[in-house]
Design a protein around this ligand. Sequence first.
Ligand code: FES
Ligand code: FES
Length: 157
Amino acid sequence: MNIGFELNGKPTILEIEQRETLAEVLRGRCRLTGVKVSCEAQVCGSCTVLVDDLPVSACTFLAYEVRGKRVTTIEGLADESGRLHPLQQAFLDNFAFQCGFCTPGMILAAKSLLDENSNVTDAEIVAHMNGNLCRCTGYLPILKAIRQAATELRGQK
Ligand code: FES
Ligand code: FES
């Protein structure tokens, strides 16, 4: 089947199989390998992407469901000049990753929170990020990075 959607700001038409997941299509057909697949069971959050600005687990989300919608992956976050999104920069500044496997999903999940409300408490950040697991960092640097990005985004408003 053919599906049309917006992928990282660009109108996109793809021919896909009905049974393909969004992760399979983004990684295999679009070569967007920032979409990381680990558990394949909607448990770890590493495959998180945004569909109409809301986080979904691409490993279990059927690709045809994005017809007519906007999909954002980590590859779509920097601006046109290549400047990193405040969350990407904050993750770098705070060493909020080690192996980096969870990082694209973490950043996109955090973006959905900060797009909604950049005036968040630590408790709200922790609650929102509950579905994104990290084996490496111990989470504190991730919390600090999201806090830093929230402060910057508040300043931009
Ligand atoms: S790979 Fe999708 S939630 Fe773990
Ligand atoms: S940085 Fe390795 S899983 Fe999070």
